[in-house]
Design a protein around this ligand. Structure first.
Ligand code: PBG
Length: 354
């Protein structure tokens, strides 16, 4: 320690010649953008992204969703130009969610398999417009079609109302067949009933749709991050006297990771062609654990609440949206996802973020 003659403060000096010199220098490979990209382990590209769309009945409908800034519900005629825009940006796949008015909902989800419903209509229109240039995925779930907002049908038992597994399977299977008939490449059950992959596979095969694939939401947690989606789809569980107000009797407990392997193995055995983990960012550990256990493609869903958080943080000036979105998508890929469902897909490509 010596006194600095100008400031009078005490300053520590170290003899640099006595310090060990680094034996390895990882920084050599970080010196510039070209060098960094040469050794980058994880890539993001347009064709790994699947863009979600909410489809409503009617024509001329563009309904912005307040809790998902930048995302709207579209009627089929308005959806087609959106799909075209996505295709031009290099995206090759979209997942469709149907949204129907309350008057079309009921305890039996009767409209879930309506061949004239918004999803089936969108499938036919998109298929005739874009042929096989686009991979069309559909959400198979009853929550958008039940008046109570649950993903399955209710049954009343002495201990209370339950979401009844086996009666829901037939409705889900019939919905999947209607989607296949309308031109879906992939049906994607998100309801979390037990045995639905087997039920859907068998129904598709007996209807002659053995080529239609199943992307199973195998590992879907009972998450707080679905809030904006439930606004968008009008599918929040109502929680009235008839039914519970959450989905914890069928979606997974956020505390569980071993159980994720069990769900994934079950769905693989039942005939799933791809598996999904959802939400994405809070469950990267789960993705990383599943990756070495399956040879199936793994998808991750960057859900509505994740999207809404980045939007809100960016609007508050708390983070750079482009950098944050790129980093989060990269993290999801690095953890083991082959494909990512993201509301950011179009914006990120359009603005050159990825
Ligand atoms: C329907 C379904 C949900 C999501 C996808 N399919 C909501 C839920 O389970 O309550 C969430 C997607 C998102 O938040 O972006 N079962």
């Amino acid at each position: 320690m010596i006194d600095d003659p100008t400031t009078g403060r005490r300053r520590t000096t170290v003899d640099t010649t006595s310090l060990p010199r680094p034996l390895e220098r990882p920084r050599r490979l970080r010196g510039g953008e070209a060098m960094r990209s040469l050794v980058s382990e994880t890539r993001l590209s347009a064709e790994q992204l699947v863009v979600p769309y909410f489809v409503v009945p009617g024509t001329g409908e563009v309904q912005p969703i307040t809790s998902l800034p930048g995302v709207s519900r579209f009627s089929v005629d308005k959806l087609l130009p959106e799909l075209e825009r996505a295709l031009k940006l290099g995206i090759r796949s979209a997942v469709l969610f149907g949204v129907v008015p309350d008057r079309d909902k009921g305890p039996g989800a009767d409209r879930a398999d309506d061949p004239e419903g918004p999803v089936a209509s969108a499938l036919r229109a998109a298929r005739s417009e874009f042929g096989n240039d686009i991979v069309l995925v559909t959400d198979v779930c009853l929550c958008g079609y039940t008046d109570h907002g649950h993903c399955g049908l209710l049954a009343h038992r002495p201990r209370g109302t339950i979401i009844h597994n086996d009666s829901s399977l037939a409705r889900l299977a019939s919905m999947a067949v209607v989607h296949a008939e309308a031109g879906a490449d992939i049906v994607s059950p998100s309801d979390m009933m037990d045995g639905r992959v087997a039920a859907i596979r068998s129904a598709l095969d007996s209807a002659g749709h053995e080529e239609v694939a199943i992307l199973s939401y195998a590992v879907k947690y009972a998450s707080a991050f679905y809030g904006p989606f439930r606004d968008a789809a009008g599918s929040a569980p109502k929680g009235d006297s008839r039914a519970p107000k959450d989905r914890r009797t069928y979606q997974m407990d956020p505390a569980n990771a071993r159980e994720a392997r069990r769900e994934a193995e079950l769905d693989e055995r039942e005939g799933a062609d791809m598996l999904m983990v959802k939400p994405a960012l809070p469950y990267l550990d789960v993705l990383a654990r599943l990756r070495p256990t399956t040879n199936l493609p793994l998808a991750a869903y960057q859900v509505s609440g994740e999207y809404a958080m980045y939007k809100a943080a960016a609007a508050a000036g708390a983070l750079d949206e482009a950098d944050a979105v790129r980093e989060s998508l990269l993290a999801i890929r690095r953890a083991g996802a082959d494909l990512i469902l993201s509301y950011y897909a179009v914006e990120a490509l359009d603005k050159g973020w990825i």
